[in-house]
Design a binder for this molecule. Structure first.
Ligand code: SAH
Length: 346
């Protein structure tokens, strides 16, 4: 198994090369690609327009990386949280959400995370490993298979830092966006990052129409450092400059995520300062009342404070919404399901 190729992670070009390398005709690649990404089979033996000998050959040389549902939690509002087991028994979380504009899936990009954000449950055990593009796809394919629901939006906002797993992320986007695959529009894909500047520039050069979301969470470096260790590496002003450059290069509106934490980043001064920082940037601010996690004593701001914060931004013509809470009855913050599973299986 160990030297079998990860066929699900291959773009169509890569698949053509692979098919050629095992001595098969190129036109087979498109058929196989469609079986994998449009019909989303989990075995080569379901590929009914392919000979048994080619099925055997594919099976000998490659693997359709498996992903298995362990448990799911369903909310009254339609949100479903899934816990999946990977080939090496690691587990990851994904979330299915319904919105007026369609169904959305939030996927993980890594097993654990090494970014260390103080309010986040996903980072507590550190980084275990990157997910392959096939494991990112697998979360979506499996949710589609289990729920039977059409998925039109993808957010890469689950466990992990997607820009810390850059190459697999780009492959994942290319495959999920491909016409012979799920054909999800790039405009319906959001990548959320804690702000790895060099990778923001790399992403800008990919000329993709995806939405970039920056987990900013603070109006200056001082407060950001308290919440996010990554701010010790990437200066606040340089991050803001990278965001401006990203918008200039891609002409895409950027999203800033701002989790409001009581007495940490939710004051009137913070709102005023943030307005100044974001002035003139083509952006949208997502205010998120921080989700309390057991291991940390961060509390979310009360609704008056949240409204006051929002009003200040809006008065200064900064586009802003307070994130609707989904699935609040099935859990709390991101990464908690995986964490409680890992704890109980120690
Ligand atoms: N590493 C990426 C993506 C994963 S986190 C990033 O940092 O953007 C997805 C979003 O959830 C980020 O904005 C993150 O800051 C936020 N988040 C994490 N834990 C949270 C919590 N307890 N409450 C509110 N938002 C949280």
């Amino acid at each position: 198994m160990n030297n079998k190729q990860d066929i699900l992670a291959m773009t169509l070009d890569e698949l053509e090369k692979f098919i050629d390398s095992i001595g098969e005709k190129k036109f087979r690649s498109k058929q196989i690609y469609q079986w994998l990404h449009e019909k989303r089979v989990t075995s080569f033996y379901e590929m009914t327009n392919i000979s048994k000998s080619l099925q055997d050959k594919l099976n000998e040389n490659s693997i359709i990386t498996p992903i298995k549902e362990i448990t799911k939690l369903e909310s009254q509002d339609g949100t479903i949280k899934y816990l999946f087991e990977l080939i090496d028994n690691n587990v990851v979380e994904s979330v299915f959400m319904t919105y007026k504009h369609g169904n959305s899936v939030c996927i993980s990009s890594q097993v654990g995370c090494r970014m260390g954000c103080k309010f986040c449950a996903s980072t507590i055990g550190g980084l275990e490993r990157n997910l392959s593009a096939s494991e990112m796809l697998g979360q979506i394919y499996e949710i589609n298979r289990i729920s039977g629901k059409k998925i039109s939006n993808i957010v890469i906002m689950g466990t992990g830092e997607p820009l810390d797993n850059y190459d697999e992320l780009i492959k994942f986007i290319k495959i999920i966006n491909s016409e012979q695959g799920m054909n999800i529009s790039q405009r319906n894909i959001t990548v959320s990052t804690c702000g790895i500047i060099d990778k923001i520039y790399a992403l800008a050069k990919e000329s993709m129409k995806i939405t970039l979301a920056i987990s900013l969470h603070a109006p200056n470096n001082e407060i950001r450092k308290k919440m996010m260790p990554v701010a010790n590496v990437y200066e606040y002003d340089e991050l803001i400059k990278a965001c401006k450059d990203y918008v200039d290069i891609t002409k895409r509106r950027i999203t800033f995520e701002y989790s409001l934490v009581k007495d940490v980043n939710d004051s009137i001064e913070c709102a005023l300062r943030l307005s100044k920082v974001l002035k003139g940037i083509l952006c949208h601010v997502n205010l998120i009342p921080v989700n309390t996690i057991e291991e940390r004593d961060y509390r979310h701001s009360n609704s008056e404070t949240i409204n006051a914060f929002k009003n200040i931004l809006e008065k200064r013509h900064i586009n802003c919404t307070v994130r609707r809470e989904l699935g609040s009855d099935i859990d709390a913050a991101c990464g908690q399901l995986r964490r409680s599973y890992n704890k109980s299986n120690l």
